[in-house]
Design a binder for this molecule. Structure first.
Ligand code: AG3
Length: 290
């Protein structure tokens, strides 16, 4: 008998992966956590019915989350990751010797436990001496921090359930206060195709633009997220995501990557017209607006 993991993108469109075994299912105080073994994507982590990571393509998401801002920031020493309990973002950050401390603020300790058990290759860096794990609500943690971080990564779930506050304007303002003068914020920014994701994307973009002098989005191809086209936001008090990137310095570090490279970095900020129009609120032609 075939068993399927199903994620509904809308009431009428869904994505399915057959699994060979359900390795765990747990209702934590915050959310439902599931891990499945699949043939095509390796192990997959699902939270509240939404696919978070697959062993096959998580590198794309985590490389684009980390290497884009790291190629721009001239010297990131203090980094904050909010969410990211799987450890994928931390794994990529640890490849930079100039990073001295990483605070990981994950609301749900059960996610970390599950990932340490089932995804050791992704979560392995969480025990590194440079990393401090705080099991706390990121919206509360951030309030105490002023001019502390060079880089803040918001590696969140979707804006339903525990992830919701991580898309709020007050939270973004607190992130801005917690960043040093040349700090950068990168956030999980949803996607333009399906209406629910699009609404979240537009709301996040508007709020970030209200808080930060510079707020842009960049895209990457994520096979197992709705529509395959996914976005991160890049916000700063001045540093430009392409003009201020130092690609030579990045390449000198000889970090081997499966997706990220300087051409991809530049191209990620080149947006298709329909997306530009959506973000500017001028999408009158109806491209992808259904
Ligand atoms: N964070 C979730 C990204 C959004 C997925 N959304 C969806 N499947 N509807 C992934 C965390 C990886 N560290």
């Amino acid at each position: 008998m075939e068993r399927w993991f199903t994620e509904y993108y809308t009431g009428n469109t869904r994505f399915e992966i057959a699994y060979t075994e359900k390795l765990m299912e747990e209702q934590s105080p915050f959310q439902k956590i599931e891990v499945f073994q699949t043939d095509d994507f390796g192990k997959i982590l699902v939270i509240d019915g939404y696919l978070m990571i697959t062993e096959k393509d998580e590198f794309i998401y985590h490389e684009m989350l980390v290497h884009v801002p790291m190629a721009v920031h001239p010297n990131a020493g203090q980094v904050l990751v909010i969410g990211g309990g799987d450890g994928g973002a931390v794994r990529e950050l640890l490849r930079y010797p100039e990073i001295q401390t990483i605070d990981l603020v994950e609301i749900d300790e059960r996610v970390v436990k599950a990932c340490r058990k089932y995804f050791p290759e992704i979560s392995g860096g969480l025990g590194d001496p440079r990393v401090s794990c705080h099991y706390q609500d990121g919206t509360v943690f951030i309030k105490e921090k002023k001019k502390t971080y060079d880089l803040i990564l918001i590696d969140s779930t979707d804006p339903v359930g525990p992830g919701e506050g991580l898309f709020g304007k007050e939270f973004y303002q607190n992130c801005s206060d917690a960043l040093k003068e040349n700090g950068i914020l990168v956030n999980q920014h949803e996607s333009p195709y399906y209406p629910g994701d699009r609404r979240s994307m537009l709301r996040a973009h508007q709020r970030l633009q209200e808080v930060f002098p510079l707020a842009e989005v960049y895209h990457f191809h994520m096979p197992t997220y709705a529509s395959g086209l996914w976005l991160f936001g890049f916000a700063s008090k001045g540093l430009h995501p392409v003009k201020d990137a130092d690609f030579e310095a990045w390449q000198e570090r000889k970090i081997s990557t499966g997706y990220y490279n300087p051409d991809i970095h530049r191209a990620a900020f080149a947006l298709p017209n329909f997306l530009k129009q959506q973000l500017e609120g001028t999408g009158t032609k109806g491209w992808c607006l259904l």
